[in-house]
Structures are given as structure tokens and as C-alpha cells.
Design a protein. Sequence first.
Length: 295
Amino acid sequence: MTQLSLEDREREYSPSSCIGGDYAPFLRAYADQSAAALVGRAVQRDLPYGDKPTQRLDLFVPPAKGADAPLPPLLVFIHGGYWQELSKNSSLFGAPGAQGAGFAYAAIDYTLAPHANIGAIAIECRSALRWLHAHGAALGFDPSCILVAGSSAGGHLAAMCCVRGWTEDHDLPAGLPAAGVLVSGVYELEPLIGTSIDKALSLTPRDAAMWSPIRLPLDKFPPTVVCWGEIETDEFERQSRAFADAVAAAGGPRPELFEVPARNHFDVILDLSVRGTLLGDATLRRLESLRDRTP
């Protein structure tokens, strides 16, 4: 970890510092595009993957092509908000592009901090993947072809879903997830300790060690995209590059690593499934590779 002062960490881990401080327009874009995604599309809302009211997900599945047609892969999106904001209701913007390309799409909710700590939130996300895997065939997608994506804190959570054997009590079936797309994530939590972000998280050095994916075994990490926006702080780029290096050093497939030009921490994720964009094309290629792989 780079040794930064508290003041420097406050700035570096405040992504709005690169856009003048006001990120409300981007949150409105999430909400507006998510509302538009619901118009004219079949969607199953608030499917329970656990007992808590926060453990719900929304699922879009493309129309079936016939009884003998193969089931489509699934793109699962985990929202950001520093583990304490946002919800699946503003995370549906990726559905139109995914469905239009013939893929299923799910957005998951989880218990927000301070009502759950980061470790518990990561376990909830892994539980959502386990539930989707168990019910995939009945729901209309291929349970062996699940790609998990996330932005910011969601990038951290998606990475935690990709770590194999993180906790025996909440392990995932082999090959789940089959791929990942990690956007502007935080993979080392220690720099957040003591910042204003930490008020709802109450992180300790022990927490950071247990819940930072860069410190966990990465030898079985799935094929992954790791990226960030051009208009971001140095720390988000540094963390992304360091995590990709750590995955490669552990012997797994080296992540596809890139910066997205002219995008910031908040709008880069809107390209998640948009064909013709750097991120959208990378995501759709991963889904296509899952669909076309030899059984």
C-alpha cells in the first residue's frame, strides 16, 4: 500500500473529487436508465435469495428460442455506493444491452452498512450467486455460465465472489462464477481506515486483512476484466493495476486490463453492456466466450 496521509486518502478515495464534487446527476442517470429498462421487458422482480428483506434480486431473461435451444449465460451486476448506498432498483441499466445480445441479466440487493459489515455483505453476494446457480435452469439461463460484474464497492464485492475458498461455510460450486468484470474497484481496504467513508464501516486492520481480495488466495481466479475510467483518482487506477498483477502472479489468467477514455468513476459503468463501447464490448465478449465454449 502506498503511504498516504489521511488528507490524501480522503481525496483519493472520494471519486467525486475529480468531477467537482457533485455526483447526483450520475445517480439520476442510473435511476432513469433503470426505470427505462423496465418498460416493455419481461422481468422477475424481488426474487428472494435469502430470508432478509434486503436479500432480493431482479432478473431479466431473453425470450426462449425453442425447447432445444441452449440456455443463455447470465450477467450478474453488484452495485457500488461504498457498501452503504444505492440498490438494485438503480442497477437495471445493463439489462437492455444484455438482453439485446441474447443474455440474461440480474441485479442484486444486499444489506447496506452500518446494518452489515463488509464481510457479511460479501457473504450475501456469494449467497445470491449460489441461489442463482441452483435455480438457473428453472429460471431460463445457463447456471454454468454466470459472469459477475461490479462497480466501485461492487467491484470489490464481485472480486470477493471470484475468490475461491474464501470461507468454507460460504464456498461456491466449482466454476462459479465463470468470469468477472471489475470496474473501478477497491481491492485493498486498509487505506479506507479512518476516512469519512469508514464511519459506517468501522474497519479494523484485521477486517482489512480478511476482506481485501488482493490479500486472499487468487490462484483459481476466473477470467476477468479489470478497468477504470480516465477521469478518476490515482488510487483507483493503482489499485486496479495492482490487483490485476496479483491475479497474474498467483497463476490465474491475466486479467484484461484497460482504462476507459473520457469516463469517470460514476458514468463508466453505464457502458457495462453497451455494444460499441470499450467496456460494453469487453463484457459482451466474455459472455459470448461462455456461450460458445465447448461443453
